[in-house]
Design a protein. Structure first.
Length: 396
């Protein structure tokens, strides 16, 4: 395995850093305070090609009306470059990582499970940010046990009628195409639901601990009629196949975003402990601070290595990638929380104030342990995998 970035990946990393330094880092605290992400920023991300980065370029030539910058910028990114993008954005804003996450979950799912008509219709629009994707799995009463979602879809001629509610949906306030899990005769099934569909409405959710600018919403479906052709995959495939693909993509983005949170927290701490003096010397001269910093550096790098491993396996389409991605998400989210917590410690009272970024990183890192399958869910599947892998005769 080669850990060297190619010249193209290096150039991309520099470009991502410039983007983040210009558009994200200076405003992330304000967006967090205001609990919003300006649509102009989403548009800039689209124009940079970030929203369409995973869409095969063949889908961009199919729409006559694509003439904007995004179409020119968009080239299918390799998994490592995509990961680096999520890391760089995560350094400044966990909330914005979640935009890339949910949007790309819809894209990846359509690429793998969508019909030709669905792919031809939606991928060009998702690629250019004309349509923003959202992912609707969780409900008020059903979270980790998501395959038992209570939203129903009942066949009615050429349509399905959806009834139910989805909760905690990232960018649900602005997304216009949702991948929704519903039960068809008790079988979990995925559908595309458009914001404009009759019977569909959203309510903003505010007052979250973290991801405060991720524009969360509750999605309501009351006799929401959608064409039967909006089904993604087959009846009964909704959780095992369709959501499985989406969640794997989500975990990959989140794992890298967590590396970003950890790296952002680390860099802020290096800078602060150099400038801040106590007992006549800068904080960095105190050995107990050095211990914290040494652990922050090592843990962040270890999390990054698990993400590199997941990127490598993704690139080579290795079947172990799903489990290795779960491990990366599990470890990286724990790391982000620990490193961000130590960063607050190093900053003292300043670390508890929103004048410094580390308190926001700390709050966002906690969310990372809960979303895309909570860390307890990761522990369950990773331990099962371990029993299978290490107690069998497979090569280790
Ligand atoms: C900021 C934010 C953004 C989100 N965005 C989205 C989104 O875009 N789309 C979407 O569909 N959902 C989204 N979610 C919801 C998220 O996916 C769920 O919160 C998550 O799956 C956990 O479900 P829950 O909150 O209902 O917790 P529960 O499932 O009720 O679990 C509560 C606790 O019990 C633990 N637990 C549950 N079952 C077990 C078990 N068998 N063994 C051990 N421990 C267990 C869990 O790990 C957790 O710690 C978001 C949540 C947040 C906070």
């Amino acid at each position: 395995m080669n850990f060297e970035l190619t010249p193209e990946q290096r150039d991309a990393q520099i470009k991502f850093r410039q983007f983040v330094d210009r558009y994200v880092a200076p405003n992330a605290a304000e967006y967090d305070r205001n609990q919003t992400t300006p649509i102009e920023l989403v548009k800039i991300m689209a124009d940079e090609g970030y929203l369409g980065a995973l869409v095969p370029s063949t889908y961009l030539t199919k729409q006559d009306d694509i003439s904007n910058q995004a179409a020119n910028q968009t080239q299918e990114m390799d998994p490592l470059t995509w990961g680096i993008l999520c890391e760089e954005i995560g350094k400044a804003s966990g909330s914005l990582v979640s935009l890339l996450t949910v949007h790309s979950m819809v894209i990846q799912t359509l690429i793998k499970w969508g019909t030709k008509e669905q792919r031809d219709k939606w991928l060009p629009l998702l690629a250019t940010g004309k349509v923003i994707g959202g992912f609707g799995l969780t409900e008020a009463k059903v979270g980790s046990d998501a395959k038992n979602a209570q939203t129903t879809a009942i066949k009615d001629g050429d349509n399905y009628i959806l009834n139910g509610q989805k909760r905690w949906i990232s960018f649900g306030q602005v997304a216009n195409l949702f991948l929704i899990l519903a039960q068809v005769d008790g079988k979990a099934t995925a559908f595309l639901v458009e914001r404009e569909q009759d019977g569909f409405s959203t309510e903003p959710i505010t007052g979250m601990l973290g991801f405060r600018s991720a524009m969360l919403a509750t999605l309501n479906m009351e006799n929401c009629q959608i064409p039967a052709s909006n089904m993604v995959g087959k009846i009964g495939f909704g959780f095992s196949h369709v959501a499985g693909t989406a969640l794997d993509q989500g975990r990959y983005c989140i794992a890298w975003g967590c590396v970003g949170i950890a790296q952002g927290s680390l860099e802020a701490s290096l800078s602060y402990s150099t400038q801040r003096k106590q007992f006549g010397v800068s904080l960095k001269e105190h050995q107990l601070i050095q211990e914290l910093v040494a652990d922050m550096i090592t843990q962040t790098q270890a999390a990054r290595m698990l993400c590199y491993n997941a990127a490598f396996l993704r690139q080579s389409k290795d079947p172990s990638v799903i489990m290795e991605t779960s491990m990366a998400k599990y470890f990286a989210s724990r790391t982000a929380l620990k490193v961000a917590s130590d960063a607050v410690q190093i900053h003292g009272a300043n670390g508890c104030s929103d004048s410094y970024p580390v308190e926001r990183h700390f709050r966002d890192a906690k969310i990372m342990e809960i979303i895309e399958g909570s860390n307890q869910m990761q522990q369950i599947i990773i331990s099962r995998y371990g029993y299978q892998k290490y107690l069998s005769n497979q090569p280790k």
